[in-house]
Ligand binder design. Structure first.
Ligand code: GLN
Length: 317
């Protein structure tokens, strides 16, 4: 099905914005102290079509940290640099069915499955993916990650230093995960650097419009529809979307796909991106999260907008 006209898309955004503006469910992430201090009222919706039209509702200026949504783009970067099979071979592309920072998932893959049977969208796989980004120095690795994210957003992004420092001081669990992935041979060298760069990538600051443009670039076969720049190889896009579909919302990924049909990715900063291939990218920012760590308003708002305008790729036209 074609999506609806620009006017209908805009009214869908407006309606959904109002529908969920006053709901009280969910709570900011607080295991990273700086995230607990973010204004829970920030609520913005943005949708960018593959022909470059930008629709917004609510607060699309306020920035939050990208958090786990960055995992998608670092995965894509590794595929650009090392080829499409690098992620599947080293990390795996199967859902764990467990929390995003599960250590049991790693143990299970190692002991029961005997190999790379996780995915780059949960912390152990994501930290491993970051360790695979090419570069002679930490600076080179970091610059290539930040530049790649910026190309998707269509503007130079930067890091929220407060969030980076706050997470770096409290991320002992991720440090342990990095050490474990190194001990099992998934990470080949410098696990501490991988965790540090991963933590910095999670602190990249974005608003709803940035995120929607990033999603729209994936919807548009890797070409940013706003800047017109091809930012990743079109051949790698389907595999990235497939992992988002199976694992983008952690242990609630199945439920999400059931209701929307959309590859998506959430972050504990409160953002969610979703991709309707060939049609649009959509993003909502709203910090309060549910038990699984997914933004409550973002899930509801994206589901309603997409289902209203014809975004579900599995739906009959
Ligand atoms: N930086 C966060 C962490 O590693 C990202 C988690 C998330 O967004 N789910 O814990």
């Amino acid at each position: 099905a074609q999506i609806q006209s620009a006017d209908q898309v805009q009214s869908a955004l407006n309606a959904v914005y109002t529908r969920y503006k006053d709901i009280k469910e969910g709570k900011n992430a607080d295991y990273i102290p700086a995230l607990a201090r973010v204004d829970p009222k920030i609520y913005g919706i943005a949708l960018v079509t593959t022909d470059g039209k930008v629709h917004t509702a609510g607060d699309v200026k306020s920035e939050v940290s990208i958090q786990s949504i960055s995992k998608v783009f670092t995965m894509a970067k590794v595929m650009e640099q090392l080829g499409p099979d690098a992620i599947a071979k080293r990390i795996g592309v199967d859902a764990t069915g467990m929390r995003f920072n599960s250590i049991v998932a790693v143990e299970f893959a190692e002991k029961a499955l005997g190999g790379p049977e996780i995915n780059p969208l949960v912390n152990p796989g994501a930290i491993t993916a970051t360790s695979m980004v090419q570069g002679k120095t930490r600076d080179e690795v970091w610059k290539s990650i930040l530049d790649f994210h910026s190309a998707f957003a269509g503007r130079p992004l930067s890091v929220n230093k407060e969030v980076f420092d706050s997470e770096a001081a409290t991320n002992q669990r991720n440090q342990a995960i990095g050490a474990l992935m190194y001990a099992y041979g998934f990470i080949k060298e410098k696990p501490e650097q991988a965790v540090d760069v991963y933590t910095e990538q999670c602190a990249i600051s974005v608003n709803a419009k940035d995120l929607a443009t990033m999603a729209a670039t994936l919807a548009n076969a890797g070409k940013n529809p706003v800047t017109g720049k091809q930012v990743m190889k079109s051949q790698n896009v389907p595999e990235v979307l497939a992992v988002m579909a199976t694992a983008g919302l952690y242990d609630d990924s199945g439920k999400w796909l059931y209701h929307t049909g959309l590859p998506a990715k959430s972050g504990v900063g409160g953002g969610i991106i979703a991709v309707s291939p060939g049609k649009f990218g959509i993003a909502v920012v709203s910090p309060p999260l549910d038990e699984a760590g997914n933004s409550v308003r973002a899930q509801k708002a994206i589901t309603d907008v997409s289902n209203t305008i014809g975004g579900n790729p599995y739906a009959p036209s």
